[in-house]
Write a protein that binds this ligand. Structure first.
Ligand SMILES: [Zn+2]
Length: 175
């Protein structure tokens, strides 16, 4: 498990480096992806995590497998020990299409602890990326997943949601 860095950390403002194809399946990246998943599973309120958030400015983000199985309890002890759902890995992601339609939606970030605000996001996006096996894939997303993808790709460009969000306010999570 790794620590999630907070908004003051300069690593969050770096542009993430793309991985070379031969790097993707290396032991180093395999271990790193495992550490990212172990970190994310520990945060009830987290649905995704970008590599710069754990202080590695690489072009990688993951979306929690829990997000795709809403019937699973968000923090099921068994699930933490032995996940039934794999996190979805996006390496060198590129958003290739965005809908003109944008919506203002509430958002937060594990690197901006306890703050929420409204941000304008495209309702639909198409993303291209490589998975953990180095296979390229394209995926369309709408709603919350489209929002997550835009938030995570912003992280890889050194952008935080608080840079453009409105009505920033403190929130507390039940832990
Ligand atoms: Zn974030």
């Amino acid at each position: 498990m790794r620590n999630i860095v907070q908004k003051e950390d300069k690593v969050l403002r770096e542009k993430a480096r793309e991985l070379k194809p031969e790097e993707i399946k290396s032991d180093e990246i395999k271990n790193f992806l495992k550490q990212m998943s172990e970190t994310l599973v520990d945060y009830d309120e987290g649905v995704a995590l970008a590599a710069p958030q754990v202080a590695k400015p690489l072009s990688i983000f993951i979306v929690s497998g829990r997000f795709f199985s809403p019937d699973l309890k968000i923090k099921d002890e068994e699930e933490v020990k032995q996940p039934k759902t794999k996190d979805i890995v996006f390496i060198n992601p590129k958003i290739t299409r965005v809908s003109k339609k944008r919506e203002s939606i509430p958002e937060g970030c594990l690197s901006v602890d306890g703050v929420q605000g409204e941000i304008k996001r495209s309702s639909k996006v198409t993303i291209e990326a490589f998975d953990e096996n180095g296979t390229k894939f394209t995926r369309g997303a709408s709603g919350l997943l489209a929002q997550i993808i835009q938030h995570e790709v912003d992280h890889l460009n050194g952008i935080l949601f608080i840079d453009s969000a409105k009505n920033l306010r403190k929130i507390t999570y039940d832990r």
